[in-house]
Design a binder for this molecule. Structure first.
Ligand code: AMP
Length: 280
């Protein structure tokens, strides 16, 4: 695997591949890699000649300084995992490479998806995500960008970014990889202590129960049941929301046919976890 730290070098190498007719897929990450990230790498490898992964903990997307400071850094293990997965190129820039001094802050017109759900609890988060993904896409110019369904709203936001900036990149969304008890894999899971880790599996159980019980008609009571279930198991719940899978608009009354997804964000003490599940 080639390791590159500068945008200039990255562009030069990728231009070389493209001039030979090779296709390029891209997996952006913040490191502390796990099997979820590696599933994206493997999917990308199945579709493209060249797989590029980036590891960059993006300061612009953290609205909470403590969360940024506690974000795990495991670069040696990440490199081992990417090597083992046969990733072709790792882009590992320093903060100054992505955010030079006097870097202008662009405001992205993301519409209502910016300020709902995650946006309500993490103001500015999606602007920060767009700021880095815009730079990464401009540097890599991939044929396909691989993202995880784990960050459902982020996938929608980046689809909007691709269309706003008219990148010719296709978006491919990979399914959520889970632990044996259903907990969605996340770099944040390593911050859970033993008791918290045992309780964390209840997030998935609450979503599954909702999926098993939901019926056409009002959705409120199903959300409340999931909310109360999580509270009973020690979570501080930010939201449980049932939305249209295609638009993220909350669905108050379900007609029984529209495709739905339930999204949840909840804290176990200091650790904030998110998850989601298609309901039909
Ligand atoms: P992160 O490093 O957390 O920013 O994640 C990088 C990419 O990996 C994002 O597109 C995530 O949605 C995706 N991802 C994170 N966790 C999982 C998972 N458990 N299953 C599938 N994809 C994931």
């Amino acid at each position: 695997m080639i390791l590159v730290k500068k945008v200039k070098d990255l562009r030069q190498i990728l231009n070389g591949y493209r001039s030979r007719g090779l296709s390029v897929g891209f997996v952006p990450t913040m490191g502390a890699l796990h099997a979820g990230h590696i599933s994206l790498i493997k999917t990308c490898k199945g579709h493209h000649d060249i797989t590029v992964c980036s590891v960059f903990i993006n300061p612009a997307q953290f609205n909470n300084a403590a969360d940024f400071e506690k974000y795990p850094i495991k670069i040696e293990k990440d490199i081992e995992m990417l090597d083992a997965a046969d990733c072709n190129l790792l882009f590992l820039p320093a903060v100054g490479e992505m955010y030079p001094e006097a870097d202008p802050v662009i405001v992205y017109e993301l519409g209502y998806i910016e300020n709902m759900l995650e946006g309500t609890y993490r103001p500015g988060h999606f602007q920060g995500v767009c700021r880095i993904v815009d730079k990464l896409l401009a540097a890599v110019l991939p044929d396909t960008l691989y993202l995880g369904q784990k960050d459902y709203q982020q996938c929608m936001v980046i689809a909007r970014l691709i269309s706003l900036k008219q990148f010719s990149t296709q978006l491919f969304i990979c399914p959520i990889v889970r632990e044996a008890d259903g907990l969605a894999m996340s770099s944040r899971n390593m911050r859970l202590d033993e008791t918290e880790r045992r309780n964390a599996g209840h997030i998935y159980r609450s979503l599954q129960r909702l999926k098993e019980t939901i019926k056409p008609g009002e959705t409120d009571s199903f959300k409340i049941t999931a909310f109360n279930y999580l509270q009973t198991h020690g979570f501080k719940v930010d939201y449980v929301e049932i939305v249209a899978a295609s638009s993220l608009e909350p669905v108050i009354n379900w007609d029984g046919t529209q495709q739905l997804v339930v999204l949840v964000a909840a804290h176990l003490n200091e650790v904030r976890l998110i998850d989601n599940l298609y309901l039909n």
